[in-house]
Design a protein around this ligand. Structure first.
Ligand code: G3P
Length: 219
């Protein structure tokens, strides 16, 4: 499973890349607005930094507008994937983008039916939002299970990109279910590394050695 960072914050992206486990990135209008920067240049800057796919979302909601903005996003860099909202105009545009060789990430997916439609349209990725389903009292990860099963049944090549990830459990369950990608907020990426027993164990190891009064190279 690949890890993408779900952020438009350049410092977070640089740190995630430095740690070495981040392959791609996903953005959305909310994340870019939070940075207070221009839209297209932000996607372009992220695409320059990140080696793998970088999702940049169209702001248009009509077919022609989605096509126009999507082509401009895809033109920013080879690794830009055009993020398109679910719905008839979006999925129609996904089909056209596929014919043009432009990769797409269909976003705001909340049902297996929507994921099936996206795959049939030829989407490169589907983004089911698990955290937002949990917020409604539904089980977000059950949607991932259903999509993985359906895509497996028919051999769809659309990648399952688990989005709206809120905690390490989302990432672990996504991996157990065989999802292709988890796009992870920076805070959750940090949490993946952490366990209180790791910290306590390390403290104990170092404390025990300190008691010997010897250094690393002392005989
Ligand atoms: O990738 C989609 C993600 O950014 C949505 O996350 O936490 O706003 O539901 P959230």
């Amino acid at each position: 499973m690949e890890f993408f960072l779900d952020t438009a914050d350049i410092e977070q992206i640089e740190r995630g890349l430095e740690w070495g486990r981040v392959h791609g990135a996903t953005t959305n209008p909310t994340l870019i607005a939070r940075q207070g920067k221009a839209y297209l240049p932000t996607v372009q800057e992220i695409a320059r930094l990140v080696p793998g796919p970088v999702s940049g979302e169209v702001l248009a909601t009509d077919y022609e507008g989605i096509l126009e903005q999507g082509r401009r996003l895809a033109g920013l860099a080879d690794n830009v994937v055009v993020k398109v909202p679910l719905g008839p105009p979006g999925l129609r545009a996904v089909r056209q983008f596929a014919e043009e060789g432009i990769r797409t990430n269909v976003t705001l997916c909340f049902s297996a039916a929507q994921a099936l439609l996206a795959a049939k349209a030829g989407a490169s990725y589907i983004s089911p939002f698990v955290g937002r389903l949990d917020d409604l009292g539904e089980e977000g990860m059950a949607l991932i299970e259903a999509i993985v099963e359906i895509y497996g049944n028919y051999g769809f090549s659309t990648g399952v990109l688990v989005a709206s990830v809120r905690n390490p459990q989302h990432v672990v369950i996504a991996a157990r279910l065989g999802a292709d990608v988890a796009t992870i907020p920076f805070k959750t990426l940090e949490q993946l590394y952490q366990h209180p027993l790791t910290d306590r164990g390390l403290e104990q190891f170092l404390e025990d050695w300190r008691k010997t009064g010897k250094g690393f190279d002392d005989p």
